[in-house]
Design a protein around this ligand. Structure first.
Ligand code: NAP
Length: 365
């Protein structure tokens, strides 16, 4: 099968590097275009990444020799698109929100689809915020988005904040099984890699926990409602429930965001055993799609009293599965559990690649 040529914007950053390493030997996609800030533009990728490559796994060998382009110059990507080197882009840019918003729109307007990790378009009401196993039906907004913006070939899809899937996927599986969830309290323990590189200063985080991450609690409370919402005539309409209260903490862990969750059901309340059964049998995506990055089981139930743990469970099933454990009754609400997922894989680049695979399976790329 001829591979689809892809571009990575922000290719030199924490998430961009994760894209390059996860896309090495990908069966459907091949990285043929890389872009970053004007500081890196003009260098080979090898020169631009020198001294700051974070991963054990390398990109495809040919990527080291690609010339890094200025991500702000859409005409370069369009040239690459026309010569068959960039069918669509993954966006892992870190700059001002308004700048990212405008830039991603410029790529889409030029006919280059954007699969983004940035938060800039998460609240644009005709842009789907996808967790493949939860709301792949939101892809149906793309024709509406194109009509609204007069884009013929381009479009934008985003993925949510890097901790959200740790609790929204288990939450959705319960809703799909017919249980109403009214209220949810979540306390996240978020790894330092979530802050990019160099991120939090080592002297601030070693031997410490920081009970504040700028903007994170709002995202953790609001994004699930869009994900659980539905596509209406012109936009995605948010779900009304559950009401969510979030406490977000930075902890001295390299990778892996944990979420300690208590939730309250409507009048029907599942037993702990039923919850385990629902999560273990949850699949979310039709297995016949055979998406290369999809985990076999999106939720892995851990029975041990002291799991999931970031170090032991973040890499479960290509680091794409969510591990859920400590499932027990809650004396204040109804049920408690701990969810865990890899923030730069499932929560960032791996999630973006899965979204792109899903879009390909639906004929959009
Ligand atoms: P990062 O390590 O700081 O990397 C930022 C990237 O953006 C670099 O490639 C950088 O290029 C490029 N860039 C910076 N300023 C630019 C400019 N003015 N014009 C063009 N390119 C510019 O950030 P990150 O952690 O990878 O995060 C990337 C995006 O993913 C962010 O929007 C973030 O919110 C989101 N995200 C991150 C995570 C995570 O776990 N880290 C999870 C989910 C989503 P240079 O190297 O040339 O400066």
């Amino acid at each position: 099968m001829t591979k689809i040529p892809v571009g990575v914007l922000g290719a030199t950053g924490m998430v961009g590097q994760q894209y390059l390493s996860l896309l090495a030997n990908h069966p459907w996609f091949e990285v043929r275009y890389v872009a970053a800030s004007p500081r890196s533009a003009g260098k080979t990728y090898k020169e631009a990444a020198a001294g700051r490559w974070h991963h054990a796994a390398n990109p495809d060998e040919a990527v080291w020799d690609l010339t890094v382009q200025d991500a702000n110059d859409v005409s370069r990507a369009l040239d690459a698109n026309r010569r068959g080197d960039c069918a669509f882009v993954f966006s892992a840019l870190e700059m001002g929100k308004d700048e990212i918003k405008a830039l991603e729109e410029a790529y889409a307007a030029a006919g280059i689809p954007v699969v983004s990790n940035a938060s800039a378009h998460r609240w644009t009401d005709d842009v789907p915020m996808l967790i493949g196993e939860v709301n792949s039906s939101h892809i149906d907004i793309i024709p509406i988005q194109r009509k609204n913006r007069r884009w013929d070939r381009g479009f934008i899809v985003v993925k949510p904040n890097c901790s959200v899937q740790s609790y929204v996927t288990p939450l959705y599986a319960l809703i799909e099984a017919g249980y109403e969830v009214k209220r949810l309290v979540v306390t996240t323990l978020q790894a330092v890699s979530g802050a990019g590189y160099p991120g939090v200063a080592s002297l601030d985080i070693l031997d410490n926990t920081i009970p504040y991450i700028n903007g994170e609690e709002e995202k953790s409370e609001q994004e699930p409602l869009k994900i659980l919402g539905s596509v209406s005539e012109n936009a995605i309409v948010n779900a009304a429930e559950p009401r969510i209260s979030a406490h977000c903490n930075r902890v001295p862990v390299s990778d892996g965001h944990s979420a300690c969750v208590s939730l309250e059901f409507g009048s029907r309340k599942p037993s702990v055993e039923e919850v385990k059964k629902i999560w273990s049998s949850f699949r979310g995506l039709p297995q016949e799609l055979q998406l290369p990055t999809a985990p076999g089981r999106p939720i892995i139930v851990r029975e041990e009293a002291d799991r999931p743990q970031a170090k032991k469970d973040r890499d479960a099933d290509k680091a794409m599965a969510i591990s859920a454990g400590r499932i027990r009754p809650c004396p204040v609400l109804d049920l408690r559990f701990v969810g865990l997922s890899h923030n730069t894989v499932r929560g960032a680049a791996g999630g973006g690649i899965l979204n792109a695979e899903l879009l390909k399976s639906r004929g959009y790329i």
